[in-house]
Design a protein around this ligand. Structure first.
Ligand SMILES: [Zn+2]
Length: 252
């Protein structure tokens, strides 16, 4: 089995002490590729550094998370410089988070649009984080043509999933699919096999029945739940989502 964890923050310091073991455990479970997204300047640099150190396993994406959007003007040039690095395959994570509102809505929107311009300029897919902000995200994305990307750690329902796919974007499910949310299960059922990605969003969103810090090896539980819901085998889902991730990020 080969699994692509399309979103794991191995650039967080919770992995500092056992990084090698985390990677080894993931590899043993079949995780052969991992995208490590940045969420601010420091974590974006670290993602690039990890992709250089583990070129067969890790790809980097660089961006400013909506939580950190308030100061984005001061960092966006550095993000642009990082996009040009060899193993950087995407722009983000970026997006809108009206659930936590750690940054003002205005700055989140401005930062998101700045990331869209970078994605267009460098022809890289967007990694989008959205919570309670689908209407604004869709309204902004509709203004641009030729964009590609993924709605990571999808949190919408059937309609939102539909809209994401109609725009040509991918839908990525994390451990939260194991939390028995009816809405999310309907979203998954409404996601085409050709648009499906999987991720851990480690160290967050640990799939049930596991507890504690999430790591890429745990993706097996997410895979099994998706298998149960869709009626396809875990192997089939792993292989298809692997190829979908390669297609979206142009890795072949
Ligand atoms: Zn993330």
């Amino acid at each position: 089995m080969r699994i692509f964890d399309s979103h794991a923050h191995l650039n967080e310091d919770t992995f500092d002490n056992d990084f090698e073991q985390v990677i080894e455990r993931a590899f043993k479970k079949g995780v052969k590729k991992i995208i490590v997204p940045g969420y601010d300047i420091e974590s974006s640099y670290l993602a690039v550094r990890l992709s250089e150190k583990y070129p067969d396993l890790i790809y980097a994406s660089v961006g400013i998370h909506p939580h950190d959007a308030d100061g984005f003007e001061g960092c966006i040039d550095e993000i642009e410089a990082l996009i040009k690095e060899k193993n950087v395959i995407g722009v983000g994570e970026t997006g809108l988070d009206y659930y936590r509102n750690y940054s003002t809505k205005e700055k989140q929107v401005d930062s998101f649009i700045a990331h869209i311009h970078l994605a267009k300029k460098y022809k890289k897919p967007l990694i989008i984080h959205t919570r309670k902000a689908f209407n604004d995200i869709f309204a902004i994305l509709k203004k641009y043509r030729g964009l590609q990307g993924v709605f990571h750690c999808f949190s919408g329902g059937e309609q939102e999933a539909d809209f994401v796919q109609k725009m040509g974007f991918y839908v990525s499910f994390s451990g939260s699919i194991t939390y028995d949310s009816k809405k999310l299960i309907e979203a998954l059922k409404n996601t085409s096999f050709d648009r499906l990605l999987i991720e851990t969003d480690a160290p967050y969103l640990t799939p049930r029945p596991l507890k504690g810090r999430c790591e890429p090896a745990y993706i097996i539980h997410t895979l099994e739940r998706i298998s149960l819901i869709t009626g396809k085998s875990a192997r089939e889902i792993a292989d298809k989502t692997f190829r979908n991730t390669q297609t979206l990020f142009r890795l072949t």
